[in-house]
Design a protein around this ligand. Structure first.
Ligand code: TYM
Length: 331
């Protein structure tokens, strides 16, 4: 069975972009894959986190994943720092990856901006740890949003170089599994910016714990333009905000943008936003309610993560021990 690995940072509340770009596809892959899902707390601290909040957000993130349909019994859900294989292989990959490769990573450039000198070394080598996350399990399919494609390409470069340098066929090739719809959900306030946990404006995103009134308000306030909706997707080319809202509706209603516009073309944003709010609330409200229920039993969440960590280690430890042996460490 194909092994799937994916991760999400336990910083802030997961938003609609995380859900449509990743979590929803994680849930679907569980039917016919062996899945390992990880709350990447080691990645989270590449930017300083308040320790109490990091613990709380790790649990909250776990609760949202469980409420969305992740099955921690048939599959594995755990937090990254619980399995030391990630950092052990991450160090080896720090020594395999080339500086030139890391210099090309657009996400580092976006996060560090002009103030590069003041960011952590961890943020810079972040993609090496991400490669280790996946390859510690020899997972081959990685469901992610569009923004992670470059990191998966780098992981493949690292795997190839490791195999080449040590003259082995040890690490497999990885495939990024990016959804056809909503792979890049944009901010509700600016159609040129990705929906992101780090955006200062809470109005820019829908959180997976928002209630119906909050969702309705955010969608009512979402930036649009004065024109009615076009009757086909070509008419959205120069209209990023309208394109984003149509894309959200399509992803949530399991339709193509063509089908959405056949139905809603010619409509103003008033009625379309109402229809979009309805599909959003129908999807998010049950997840938000179940998340709140799960968070009422923190020991249960902790037990799930602990069990997941132990099972994850059982898979990763022998693979990483073998990688260490190949490198020449005395065992
Ligand atoms: P993170 O925590 O930023 O995001 C988690 C997942 O959500 C997707 N995503 C989006 N998809 C569509 N539209 C958006 N606006 C949007 N924002 C986020 C991301 O593509 C991702 O799939 N580096 C990763 C975490 C990670 C990981 C891994 C992923 C660490 N190790 C190994 C896969 C495999 C990250 O920061 O995701």
């Amino acid at each position: 069975m194909t092994r799937v690995f994916s991760g999400i940072q336990p910083t802030g509340i997961p938003h609609l972009g995380n859900y449509l770009g990743a979590i929803r596809n994680w849930v679907a892959l569980q039917d016919d894959h062996e899945c390992i899902f990880c709350l990447v707390d080691l990645h989270a601290i590449t930017v300083w986190q308040n320790p109490t909040e990091l613990r709380e957000q790790t649990r909250q993130q776990a609760a949202v994943l469980l409420a969305s349909g992740i099955d921690p019994v048939k599959h594995i859900l755990f937090n990254q720092s619980a399995v030391s294989a990630h950092t052990r292989l991450g160090w080896i990959f720090n020594c395999v990856a080339r500086l030139g490769w890391l210099n090309r990573m657009t996400q580092f450039k976006d996060k560090a901006g002009k103030d590069r000198e003041n960011h952590s070394a961890g943020l810079y080598v972040y993609p090496n740890l991400m490669a280790a996350d996946i390859l510690a399990y020899k997972a081959t399919r990685v469901p992610v949003g569009d923004d992670q494609r470059q990191h998966i390409e780098l992981a493949n470069d690292i795997a190839k170089k490791f195999n080449h340098d040590y003259e082995v066929e040890f690490f497999p090739e990885i495939e990024a599994f990016v959804p056809p719809q909503a792979a890049r959900v944009m901010s509700l306030r600016d159609g040129a910016k990705k929906m992101s946990k780090s955006d200062a404006s809470a109005q820019s995103r829908i959180d997976m714990t928002d209630d119906a009134d909050t969702i309705a308000l955010k969608i009512r306030r979402a930036k649009t333009d004065p024109e009615p909706l076009p009757s086909s997707p070509e008419g959205l080319a120069e209209r990023p905000e309208a394109r984003n809202l149509v894309g959200l509706y399509a992803a949530l209603a399991d339709q193509t943008p063509e089908q959405v516009l056949q139905q809603h073309g010619g409509e103003g944003f008033g009625p379309f936003k109402k229809a979009l709010t309805d599909v959003l609330v129908a999807r998010i409200e049950p997840i938000a309610q179940e998340t709140a229920r799960l968070l009422g039993d923190v020991p249960h969440i902790d037990a799930i993560l602990r069990d997941g960590g132990q099972r994850a280690a059982t898979i990763a430890d022998p693979i990483v021990t073998e990688a260490e042996r190949l490198v020449g460490f005395l065992k």
